[in-house]
Design a protein around this ligand. Structure first.
Ligand SMILES: [Zn+2]
Length: 478
């Protein structure tokens, strides 16, 4: 498993900066060309490889007009095709869901999923229609990146201990030497992203090299609920990453205040421009409405939130051999509708980061991550299954007459979904509701219901910080 690392340039001079910018600018059209020609069902969707594209371009002379070295455009072609393949894979996730909605027949499902996986969906009318629906034709938006193959760059340390990274420029045998702000040399394929007057060097390292990967996982099975006040609440009632809420609130307040100030400055600049005072308008735009500081602050905030979330995931895996969590792939589809609302944007990003942390930490430390259908897990009472009333962080079950802590209740429900015989990952929302309804009806008519260890679990939800006591108490009770 790979983990991305970023190194930054330190005081890059303007000549080198301009040279790298020019190279990235010329590579933008390479990506656009790949997206336009092969970003559809007849291109990458038909199993076309980047080597074939390179051969075609060499034959028809497409590559000549970009004005960059061969390695630079070839790596860019490979990278753009990988982007398209990712795009295709996320469309397939949607189509898989549609398959589950369409049929309950295991044989039919298996046939369709196999066809989808092997890119043979064009022959099946249902799959073809779904693919056309979910695979929106994309276009290239990347004009600030240079991909450098592993054997095309090198690093050297100067007499003062500074690390320099040398990458190919626009001319053969003319390397651009970039001073880095780190002493750890980037390795493997590099992605240079030019942002705000400096270079970000993105590269991947093997996760097994990281110290945190050496720690073994625990041996329990733990359900987790993802939140915004705390990153994770587990089914033992313990909260992890409790500084998350504070970080998100302060960032949201800061962004709102900053956006308000920027709007005011922008209107002053516009007024000045209307008056004919273009010098003033330009001064404000350049000095007060820049993006360099803004983008760096945003990156710093993201780094802090990620640290909090990853630490929380590590705490859970410390005790878990199996982590049961909500499947979050669904929520990414709605990303476009979030608009300018600061809170919603932060929340969506946080949710994605939490999902990533659970996947990454589980994989590195050898615990299993089980995704379950989370429909109604935050509303149903984990003891009787009826839908309760939510008041802030409390869930009131009128049937049991008990108030649960909502996130702990949800984590227990999520844990129980892992062994649920009726509710599978892709069971539709309304079907889940019906199943829960049927179970509580059965309960009412006094038929036996699977409810083996609810006594322990119930106590955990009531006393989230005393989970260690629950075992001894159980023995006393019985
Ligand atoms: Zn209840």
């Amino acid at each position: 498993m790979k983990v991305t690392r970023i190194a930054y340039s330190a005081r890059l001079n303007s000549g080198k900066c301009a040279a790298l910018w020019e190279q990235a600018r010329r590579l933008g059209p390479v990506r656009s060309e790949v997206w336009q020609r092969y970003g559809s069902i007849s291109g990458v969707g038909s199993g076309l490889r980047d080597r074939q594209v390179r051969d075609r371009w060499l034959v028809d002379g497409t590559h000549v007009r970009f004005g960059v070295l061969a390695n630079a455009w070839k790596e860019t072609v490979r990278d753009a095709m990988a982007d398209i393949a990712t795009n295709l894979a996320s469309a397939k996730v949607q189509v898989r869901r549609a398959v589950f909605r369409r049929t309950g027949d295991p044989g039919e499902r298996k046939r369709m999923l196999a066809a989808l996986a092997a890119d043979r969906w064009a022959g099946d009318p249902f799959l073809a229609r779904q693919m056309r629906k979910h695979w929106k034709r994309g276009r290239n938006r990347t004009h600030d990146q240079i991909v450098v193959r592993a054997d095309q760059h090198n690093t050297a340390t100067d007499g003062r201990g500074r690390l320099w990274l040398a990458v190919p420029g626009l001319q053969r045998r003319q390397m651009v030497r970039i001073p880095l702000s780190t002493t750890v040399a980037p390795t493997g394929t590099l992605r240079l992203i030019l942002r705000g007057g400096r270079v970000e060097v993105h590269y991947q390292i093997d996760a097994s090299q990281m110290r945190s990967s050496q720690r073994p996982c625990g041996d329990a099975t733990v359900g987790v609920d993802k939140g915004y006040t705390e990153a994770l609440t587990d089914s033992d009632g313990v909260r992890h990453g409790s500084r998350l809420g504070e970080l998100l609130t302060s960032e949201s307040d800061r962004l709102k205040e900053r956006n308000r100030r920027r709007a005011k400055l922008r209107s002053i600049a516009n007024t000045a421009a209307l008056r004919g005072d273009h010098a003033k308008a330009r001064r404000i735009t350049v000095n007060n409405l820049g993006t360099v500081k803004r983008d760096r602050q945003a990156a710093r905030h993201r780094a802090r939130v990620r640290t909090e979330i990853f630490t929380a995931a590590h705490r859970v895996v410390d005790k878990a051999a199996t982590v049961v969590a909500e499947d979050l792939t669904k929520s990414f589809a709605g990303r476009k509708t979030l608009g300018r609302n600061v809170n919603r944007r932060l929340a969506a990003w946080t949710k994605g980061a939490t999902a990533e942390a659970l996947t990454s930490v589980s994989e590195r430390r050898g615990s299993a991550l089980v995704h379950v259908n989370a429909a109604y897990t935050s509303q149903a009472c984990h003891r009787c299954g009826r839908l309760g009333r939510r008041h802030g962080d409390r869930l009131h079950c009128t049937s049991c007459g008990v108030v649960w802590q909502a996130d702990v209740n949800a984590a227990i429900n999520i844990l129980q979904r892992a062994g649920d015989p009726d509710i599978a990952l892709h069971t539709p929302h309304h079907a889940v509701r019906q199943i829960l309804q049927d179970r509580t009806d059965r309960h009412r008519t006094r038929l036996p219901v699977q409810d083996s260890n609810s006594a322990t679990i119930e106590r955990r939800a009531n006393h989230p910080n005393r989970s260690a006591m629950s075992n001894s108490r159980k023995q006393v009770d019985r």
